[in-house]
Design a protein around this ligand. Structure first.
Ligand code: DC
Length: 251
């Protein structure tokens, strides 16, 4: 069966179509396991806007694809399964968004290693990305948000003046992820976790569509030796300075 773009509700918007948003949009991009989620949550609370974890939208689509039991290397089958995902983002009372599939919150089902691996494979497909970018733009533009992912400053909100790129040494990220897995009761060796992180880095940075890239429009932060509070402080200061600069240049 041919896959029709309409079936994916894929609204193709070029960068030029996306005006600078009225609401406060903070873009946070960076590698896997760099601490984006924690930092984004705390920064959002401080700024009084919700946090949007775009990885969760890709994970939800990967979960749908896995539930169809298709071969992840079979592009057509993956796209057909992905098109079945009835995805919805619903604001939560604690300043985030629940990701729903077919009206059911996905919860922790999207946080397994199997889903992580599948996500980095299905997220290479432009058809899937276009659909999710559209959902992310609409949601964040409506509420204002700290948006975290891989292509937020480059593709989803290229015109926001508040862009951060978080990175950290792979060994540091592997140790953090390993501790998280152990705390969640999932057994894994540190070596395997490091190997997995390096493989995901290569896929996220090497893919043809929306690769993870840091250019001069970003404020880069190496989080290896910083606490979460220190990172959030740096970002909040930078955002204040940016707003101040813009006020004085427009006023
Ligand atoms: O941030 P995370 O680990 O939940 O992301 C899961 C996967 O989704 C990861 O392989 C990168 C991909 N992703 C993406 O391609 N674009 C985004 N905006 C967010 C995540």
């Amino acid at each position: 069966m041919a896959l029709h773009a309409a079936a994916l509700h894929a609204a193709v918007l070029s960068v030029a179509d996306v005006a600078e948003p009225e609401s406060l949009i903070v873009a946070i991009d960076g590698t896997s396991g760099v601490g984006k989620s924690t930092v984004a949550r705390q920064l959002a609370a401080r700024l009084g806007v919700p946090v949007l974890d775009t990885g969760a939208t890709y994970r939800a689509v990967a979960l749908e694809v896995l539930e169809h039991g298709v071969d992840l290397e079979d592009r057509v089958a993956v796209l057909e399964a992905a098109a079945q995902a009835e995805l919805e983002l619903r604001p939560t009372a604690d300043g985030g968004f629940d990701v729903l599939l077919g009206a059911h919150p996905v919860g922790q089902r999207i946080r397994t290693q199997e889903v992580s691996d599948a996500t980095s494979k299905i997220s290479v497909h432009p058809e899937i990305r276009q659909r999710l970018v559209e959902v992310q733009r609409q949601t964040a533009a409506r509420y204002g948000a700290v948006v975290e992912g891989r292509d937020i400053g480059s593709v989803v909100f290229p015109h926001t003046p508040h862009k951060f790129f978080l990175h950290a040494r792979p060994e540091v990220r592997a140790e953090r992820r390993h501790a998280e897995l152990l705390a969640a009761g999932q057994a894994a060796s540190l070596g395997d976790v490091l190997h997995d992180i390096e493989a995901r880095d290569a896929r996220d940075s090497g893919r043809e569509v929306s690769p993870l890239v840091c250019d001069e429009s970003y404020h880069p932060i190496d989080t290896s030796d910083l606490s979460v509070a220190e990172i959030v402080e740096q970002m909040a200061t930078e955002i204040d300075l940016g707003r101040e600069r813009r006020r004085s240049s427009t006023g």
